[in-house]
Design a protein around this ligand. Structure first.
Ligand SMILES: O=c1ccn([C@@H]2O[C@H](COP(=O)(O)O)[C@@H](O)[C@H]2O)c(=O)[nH]1
Length: 237
């Protein structure tokens, strides 16, 4: 599977998603369906977007007891999505249950969705982590610790910021490092704390980038997508 620029479809309704997607030529994209859209539109939105030929990252960030997460993942696998998330803070037992659920829900001849764990959200600063989570290590140590737990649990990779990607890469070339918190040079960072450009992401060894508002709120989303893709592919930069 190719992991290009993943577009976060953070919209409040399916109608707004389809209006947005009409601004793109008829070519397959890799899109992310998150909580806002999924909780409003339900599983039907996944089927509709899949029906348009796009690959889907269903980013529901599951974090619950192992039994609940395992059963939820069984249902999620039946949607035929490509990539899903859990929180590494749920622990190794929960992450293993997530994978077992995905295996159970994946039909014969289908590919199991890849499963990656959120380490520390890109909206979390080191100061916040230490004060609010009472984690006394550095942010990089915490992210790397969670990445190792995800790997031990058999997961396919993690979500982290670009800044931690080089150290996570020590866990292997195949281990996926999906990085949100992506901004072009003069973009407003908004609620994100650990941000980087597409070019920095590629140079840091990230496997893929996730971009939301820089594209969805752009006056020309397709042109911005192409600009980001060009930086990500290190073309002419
Ligand atoms: O640590 C994380 C995990 C997930 N996200 C998601 O990525 C996008 C980023 O949106 P922007 O508008 O580009 O900031 C969003 O859907 C988040 O839920 C993340 O940002 N950080």
């Amino acid at each position: 599977m190719e992991y290009p620029v993943i577009i976060a479809l953070d919209f409040p309704s399916g109608a707004e998603v389809f209006h947005f997607l009409r601004k793109f030529p008829d070519e397959p994209l890799f899109v992310k369906v998150g909580m806002e859209l999924f909780y409003r539109e339900g599983p039907a939105i996944v089927q509709q977007i899949k029906g348009m030929g796009h690959s889907i990252f269903l980013d529901l960030k599951l974090h619950d007891i192992p039994n609940t997460v395992g059963r939820a993942m069984k249902g999620i696998a039946r949607l035929g999505v490509d990539l899903v998330t859990v929180h590494a803070a749920g622990g190794t037992e929960m992450m293993k249950a997530a994978l077992a659920g995905l295996d159970q829900g994946t039909g014969a001849g289908q590919k199991r969705p890849k499963c990656v764990a959120v380490t520390q959200l890109t909206s979390t600063s080191e100061w916040q982590m230490q004060k609010e989570q009472l984690v006394l290590s550095t942010l990089e140590q915490s992210v790397y610790h969670y990445a190792k737990l995800a790997k031990q649990s058999g997961l396919d990779g993690v979500i982290s910021s670009v800044h931690e990607a080089p150290i996570i890469r020590h866990l292997g070339e195949e281990f996926l490092i999906i990085t949100p918190g992506i901004r072009l040079e003069n973009d407003d960072v908004r609620d994100q704390k650990r941000v980087a450009t597409p070019k920095q992401a590629r140079q840091s060894g990230a496997s893929a980038i996730v971009v939301g508002r820089s594209i969805t709120e752009s006056h020309d989303p397709y042109e911005t997508f192409l600009k980001i893709k060009q930086q990500w592919e290190l073309i002419g930069v």
